[in-house]
Design a protein around this ligand. Structure first.
Ligand code: CAA
Ligand code: NAD
Length: 283
């Protein structure tokens, strides 16, 4: 099977980025969200990013128009019946993701690949709610998607070799590098990154330093492009908390316990850049 038609579900920061790179690579893309407002925001984000690329001379006007013509925003889920590959990028919540995968299986073709961009949730468990777990796979893009080279490809227990190699092919066509990992909580990326972010939050919680000081130490001392608290705000504090909970539940070790300050911020609705406030304030 050749993959030509893709559907990205969830038009947030990751879904919009994934839809953008797929359209630029020449795939026809449906971008789906449950509400029109998120869909509009996602589409505007893509348009804005592509315009910047044109201004910088990285993309011609024709290439931008070509990509935008390939992109169809829609609140309908049943268009999944027309696609070869679904990439799910909705909120990091197992119950909601399972519901979606159950529903998708009712509408997609038998050959359609179902990929999840989850940051940490077990692919095997998501796959288990479907009748064909061999077609379910993890396709974990990094944020910001148009810039970051890596896609972590996660095999569920039942993922077929055929599905794996097709997803590897798509990743190459997107100009990204696929790295294969097995299905354990947080995979490789967030098993290593998120405890560092959580520790940075503990450092603030315990009064060792201000958020700005923590970030400066890591940027100037370790050459990180962003400090861990700026990065946490950029990822989304709700997503960071979900990932820490998955690590804590999955491994049971206290070293993965989410910092109470992270919980407090999320319960206040301080979700980082996307909500206007996190460790820093955004206009
Ligand atoms: N969307 C699209 N493009 C963006 C962008 C965004 N949100 N932010 C920056 N860019 C682009 C800029 O347009 C610019 O593009 P050109 O090279 O074409 O000019 C390029 O990125 C560099 O941007 P800037 O010069 O403005 O800024 P910078 O040099 O500080 O780089 C950054 C910005 C690439 C985001 C850099 O700060 C960085 O690498 N930060 C760390 C990102 C990171 O760690 N990501 C992984 C997060 S963890 C994850 O994704 C997994 C998970 O499950 C949570
Ligand atoms: P986000 O909050 O920016 O966007 C989520 C979008 O999903 C929203 O637009 C919401 O309306 C939509 N949505 C929620 N339930 C839905 C449903 N049932 N059907 C359709 N749309 C639905 O979140 P995000 O940062 O884009 O994260 C999305 C996924 O990508 C999560 O699984 C997250 O863990 C993963 N991820 C995030 C990052 C990151 O840095 N933020 C990096 C890699 C992977």
């Amino acid at each position: 099977m050749t993959i030509e038609q893709v559907m990205v579900i969830g038009a947030g920061q990751m879904g919009a980025g994934i839809a953008q790179v797929c359209a630029v690579a020449g795939y026809s893309v449906f971008l789906h969200d449950t509400n029109q407002e998120s869909l509009d925001r996602g589409y505007q984000r893509i348009e804005g990013n592509l315009k910047k690329q044109v201004d910088k001379g990285r993309l011609t006007l024709e290439q931008m128009e070509g990509a935008l013509n390939k992109l169809i925003p829609t609140c309908r889920l049943d268009v999944a019946g027309e696609v070869d590959l679904v990439i799910e990028a909705i909120i990091e919540n197992m119950v909601v993701k399972k519901e979606l995968f159950k529903e998708l299986e009712r509408v997609v073709k038998p050959s359609t690949i179902l990929a999840s961009n989850t940051s940490s949730l077990p692919i095997t468990e998501i796959a288990a709610v479907t009748d064909n777990p061999e077609r379910v796979i993890g396709m974990h893009f990094m944020n910001p998607v148009p810039v970051m080279k890596l896609v972590e490809i996660i095999r569920g227990l039942a993922t077929s070799d055929e599905v794996f190699s097709q997803v590897e092919e798509v990743t190459k066509r997107l100009g990204k590098v696929a790295v294969e990992v097995n299905d354990f909580p947080g995979f490789v990326s967030n098993r290593i990154l998120m405890p560092m972010i959580n520790e940075a939050i503990f450092t603030v919680y315990e009064g060792v330093a201000t958020p700005r000081a923590v970030d400066e130490v890591m940027m100037l001392g370790m050459n990180h492009p962003m400090g861990p608290l700026t990065l946490a705000d950029f990822i989304g504090l709700d997503t960071c908390l979900s990932i820490m909970e998955t690590l804590h539940d999955g491994f049971g070790d206290d070293k993965y316990r989410p910092c109470p300050l992270l919980r407090k911020y999320v319960s206040a609705g301080w979700l980082g850049k996307k909500s206007g406030r996190g460790f820093y304030q955004y206009d």
